[in-house]
Design a protein around this ligand. Structure first.
Ligand code: ATP
Length: 210
C-alpha cells in the first residue's frame, strides 16, 4: 500500500521553486502511471516516494509505515527489503557480470540467493545469453533490463520505475512493462511508473498527470 498526504518539496538551492504533489492512494495490487512533461517533477516525486528525498511537509506511507519518520539506517533497511527502484541510470556494479549483480542484490536485501529465481528473470528479460557478461560490456537496453531485474528480484512490495522504457525499442518496451505488471501481480506489490513515453499509457488503467 502506498499513500501520500499533502507532499510539498523544494530543493535547497531553489527555495522559490515549490513542488506540490497530488495525493496518491494505492491499495494492494493497484498500479499507477505518472505522466508529465520534462522538468515537471516526476523524478522528484519518485525520490520522495522512495525516501531518497525528504518532503518539506507531508507524509509518505508505504505498507503502513511513515517512511520519513524512520532513522537513516532504518530507512535504508526498509528500502532494501520493501522497495524496488528502477532508475534512469543503471547502478549495476560494472566489474560484476549479470548473475553476480543479481546475487549481490539478493544478498544485500537479506534474501537467500536462489539461482532458479535468477534464471527465471534472465529468461523473462531476454538476458540469458549474456548472463556471464560484465555490466560494462552491455548495451544500454541490456543494462536497463538488468536494472529492472535488480529492482524486482527480491520481491519488493512497491516497485518504483523512473522511465523504465526510455532506451527500449517497441518490442522490448511492451515486454518490460508486461513483466513489471506481472511481477507486481505475483508479489501483490504496487507498481508506480513515471514516464513521458506514451507507448505505455494503454497498458495502465490508472494514471495521473503532474
Ligand atoms: N538536485 C537538484 N537540485 C536542484 N534542482 C533540481 C535537482 N534535481 C532536479 N531539480 C530541478 O527540479 C525540477 C524537476 O526535476 P525532475 O528531474 O523531478 O523532473 P522530471 O519531470 O523527472 O524531468 P524529466 O522527464 O526530464 O526526467 C527541474 O527543474 C530540475 O532542474
Amino acid at each position: 500500500m502506498v499513500q501520500t498526504d499533502n507532499l510539498i518539496f523544494h530543493y535547497k538551492k531553489k527555495e522559490n521553486h515549490i513542488f506540490k504533489f497530488p495525493d496518491i492512494t494505492l491499495n494492494e495490487q493497484e498500479n499507477l502511471l505518472i505522466l508529465g512533461k520534462s522538468g515537471i517533477g516526476k523524478t522528484t516525486l519518485l525520490h520522495l516516494l522512495a525516501g531518497l528525498l525528504n518532503p518539506v511537509s507531508g507524509e509518505v506511507m508505504i505498507e503502513g509505515v511513515a517512511i520519513n519518520t524512520l532513522s537513516h539506517w532504518g530507512l535504508d533497511k526498509f528500502r532494501g527489503q520493501h522497495i524496488g527502484l528502477i532508475f534512469q541510470k543503471n547502478y549495476a556494479v560494472q566489474s560484476l557480470n549479470i548473475v553476480e549483480n543479481l546475487q549481490a542484490r539478493l544478498f544485500f536485501s537479506g534474501k537467500s540467493v536462489n539461482n532458479k529465481t535468477i534464471d527465471f528473470f534472465l529468461e523473462q528479460l531476454g538476458l540469458k545469453d549474456c548472463k556471464k557478461s560484465k555490466a560494462n560490456e552491455l548495451s544500454e537496453g541490456q543494462l536497463q533490463r538488468l536494472g529492472i531485474a535488480m529492482a524486482v528480484i527480491h520481491g519488493p512490495k512497491v516497485i518504483l520505475a523512473d522511465e523504465p522504457t526510455s532506451s527500449l525499442d517497441d518490442e522490448n518496451c511492451e515486454m518490460v512493462i508486461n513483466l513489471l505488471i506481472k511481477q507486481a501481480k505475483q508479489t501483490k506489490a504496487n507498481l508506480i511508473v513515471i514516464t513521458h513515453d506514451h507507448r505505455i499509457k494503454p497498458l495502465f488503467s490508472n494514471s495521473i498527470s503532474l
